[in-house]
Design a protein around this ligand. Structure first.
Ligand SMILES: Cc1cc2nc3c(=O)[nH]c(=O)nc-3n(C[C@H](O)[C@H](O)[C@H](O)COP(=O)(O)OP(=O)(O)OC[C@H]3O[C@@H](n4cnc5c(N)ncnc54)[C@H](O)[C@@H]3O)c2cc1C
Length: 377
């Protein structure tokens, strides 16, 4: 590594890598610093792997706009670069008349956001599409799909490196100091000690630690509203061949406020079926799955998916969402901004990149690239 870079990205999750792929250029020194042994070991490999269509998010929010744009960009990338995906479609299923009313509202919200092809279907069509799913009506989202997120990250990493970026693993950022021509970044290498270098632009994509990085740069994260709340989501696998009984992603009507999308069925590219993720605010990051939660998963799924038996469920994995909103609070948008107005020009913070962060990743990269070009200009 040289001791001066043009752009430094902290964090090699899907978002940091997408940004690196977008910004890497032979005439620029671009670094990605990652504290783990490999890229994508945290939230970017602990999710549902769904390419969302943009239904749920407030109109005109970054979440809505970047999700809809990211949905298109991801399918394009997958087709062009042979990244595994399936445009399975998704059904949000109402199990009562009251929920059918909520689905109508959701459809209007999604259409306003630009989610493609949303259509209400009645029980008779639901039964034709998914004979094993129980409900009185459903909202069909044909542009929802699943993606091999590891292959996506490999693609972004390869593109970044091909254009000259360096992705440095086992490099933990431990200090940030504003200097005249950018930022002095202190880095700890696992067994090799410490070093520092300067960068003109610093992009914080540190996922679950992005608030700590913002704090290292001198931001009052309480005052700025950047303090993260960790929100754990557990998954249970559904075994005993039950994965053959649905063809699409099956979701319940979402819970009020930001209590999550509700325990739903996701399928992966190998056809494995999972239930989850649950929603549990926690104080620390921990990826264990509590086997005692099996009954709650079973109860949540049973009404809509009567073919699931208690014995089919096994604890699988968990992820932690970096949420800006606490329990019961209104949903907050992604924060993606150059911090010039805090006296920190050239520091770009990405805070609260929870779902739909995977879907939005290529669109977030374009958005950040525009901020960077403005700074260089
Ligand atoms: C349960 C769950 C389900 C989800 N499902 C979906 C879904 O179906 N579809 C969807 O679109 N989105 C989904 N998401 C959201 C999506 O997974 C995230 O938005 C996305 O992975 C965030 O990527 P990231 O690169 O911002 O963060 P991360 O993947 O967390 O990457 C951040 C990186 O920064 C590194 N880092 C942190 N601190 C430092 C430091 N000091 N120095 C160096 N490196 C550092 C970390 O090691 C890490 O590798 C889900 C999330 C969860 C938790």
């Amino acid at each position: 590594m040289k001791f001066k870079s043009d752009i430094t990205i902290i964090g090699a999750g899907v978002v940091g890598l997408a940004i690196a792929a977008q910004l890497a250029h032979r005439d620029r020194v671009v670094y990605v610093l990652e504290k783990n042994e490999r890229f994508g070991q945290e939230t970017s490999s602990r999710h549902s792997g769904v390419i969302h269509s943009g239904i749920y998010y407030p109109y005109d929010s970054l979440k809505a706009k970047l999700c809809v744009e990211g949905n298109h960009l991801l399918y394009e990338l997958c087709r062009k670069h042979d990244i595994g995906y399936q445009k399975l479609g998704k059904l949000i299923v109402a199990t009562s008349d009251e929920e059918t009313g909520q689905l109508q509202e959701l459809k209007a919200k999604g259409q306003r956001n630009g989610a493609e092809g949303l259509r209400m279907i009645l029980r008779s069509e639901l039964k034709k599409l998914e004979p094993n799913v129980e409900g009185v009506a459903a909202l069909l989202s044909p542009s929802t799909g699943i993606i091999d997120s590891h292959a996506l990250m490999e693609h972004f990493a390869a593109r970044a490196k091909d254009s000259g970026a360096e992705i440095a693993h086992r490099k933990k950022v431990t200090g940030i100091e504003k200097v005249s021509d950018g930022y002095k970044v202190a880095v700890e290498e696992n067994d090799k000690g410490k070093f520092s270098f300067t960068t003109r632009i610093l992009i914080n994509c540190a996922g679950l630690y992005c608030d700590k990085i913002a704090e290292l740069a001198g931001i009052d994260i309480g005052g700025a509203g950047y303090r993260l709340h960790y929100c754990k989501g557990e998954y249970f696998t559904v075994g005993n061949g039950k994965n053959k009984l649905v063809k699409r992603l099956i979701y319940p009507v979402p819970l009020p406020k930001d209590a999550g999308l509700g325990v739903h069925i996701t399928l992966d590219l190998e056809g494995r079926m999972r239930l989850g993720p649950s929603v549990e605010y926690v104080d620390s990051i921990d990826y264990s799955v509590d086997a005692w939660h099996k009954q709650a998963f079973y109860d949540a799924a049973r009404k809509m998916l009567p073919f699931i038996e208690y014995e089919d469920l096994e604890p699988e994995s968990a992820g932690v969402r970096p949420k800006l909103q606490g329990p019961g609070e209104d949903v907050r948008d992604f924060v993606i901004r150059d911090e010039s107005d805090k006296g920190l020009p050239g520091l770009i913070n990405l805070i609260g990149i929870e779902s739909p962060g995977l879907t939005s990743s290529p669109a977030i990269a374009r958005y950040v690239a525009r901020l960077v070009e403005n700074i260089f200009r």
